[in-house]
Design a protein around this ligand. Structure first.
Ligand code: HEM
Length: 155
C-alpha cells in the first residue's frame, strides 16, 4: 500500500490502490480535455482570420472533431472524479474540494460556451474579433492552474 494515498485522503475504509487507479484515469482524461480546451479557441482565432470558404469549411470539420474528443475527455474526467468521491465520500467534506467543484463547474460552463461559439462560426453568425478569441483562449489556463493547485496542495 502506498503511504501517501493514506496520508492525503480522508476516510480510509477503501482499497487505496483502487483510488490510485481511478486517479490515474482521472488525470489521463483531464489531459485529453485540456488539449481541446487549449486548442479549440486557437482554431477559432485562425477560423475568423480565414477569408476563403473552403478554408473556413476545413476549420468547421477540425473544430467539430476536436470538440467531440474533448467532450469525451470532459465526461470521463467527471466520471472518474465522481467515482473517487463515491469511493471516499469524506473527500466531499474537505475545503479544497469545496473550492475545486465550483471551479470545475465554471470549466464545464466554458466548455458549453465554446460549443456555442463553434456553432456561431459554423453558421456564419459569429461576431467576435480575433482579439476577443485570444482573451477567451486564456480562461482555461487560469482555471487549470487554480484547480491543479487545489487538488495537489489540498489547502
Ligand atoms: C466533477 C469533477 C471532478 C471531481 C469530482 C474530482 C475529484 C477528484 C478527487 C476525488 C481526486 C482525488 C483526491 C485525492 O487524492 O484524495 C482528484 C484528484 C485530482 N484532480 Fe480532480 N475532480 C474533478 C475534476 C478535475 C478537473 C477538471 C481537474 C483539472 C483541471 C482535476 C485535477 C485533479 C488532479 C491534478 C488530481 C490529482 C491530485 C493529487 O494526486 O494530488 N480534477 N479529483
Amino acid at each position: 500500500m502506498l503511504p501517501e494515498a493514506r496520508a492525503h485522503t480522508p476516510g480510509h475504509r477503501y482499497n487505496p490502490l483502487v483510488m490510485l487507479w481511478l486517479k490515474a484515469f482521472h488525470i489521463v482524461f483531464l489531459v485529453t480535455w485540456f488539449a481541446g480546451l487549449f486548442y479549440l479557441p486557437r482554431l477559432f482565432i485562425y477560423h475568423v482570420a480565414t477569408p476563403d470558404a473552403p478554408g473556413r469549411a476545413r476549420f468547421v470539420v477540425m473544430e467539430r472533431r476536436l470538440f467531440a474528443i474533448m467532450s469525451i475527455g470532459a465526461l470521463f474526467t467527471v466520471l472518474f472524479g465522481a467515482a473517487m468521491v463515491t469511493t471516499a465520500p469524506a473527500l466531499l467534506a474537505t475545503h479544497w474540494m469545496h473550492a475545486k467543484l465550483p471551479l470545475v463547474a465554471l470549466l464545464v460552463g466554458y466548455h458549453a460556451w465554446a460549443y456555442r461559439l463553434m456553432l456561431a462560426l459554423r453558421t456564419g453568425t459569429a461576431s467576435h474579433s480575433q482579439r476577443w478569441y485570444r482573451w477567451f483562449n486564456e480562461v482555461p489556463g487560469v482555471l487549470l492552474l487554480a484547480i491543479v493547485l487545489l487538488a495537489v496542495l489540498k489547502p
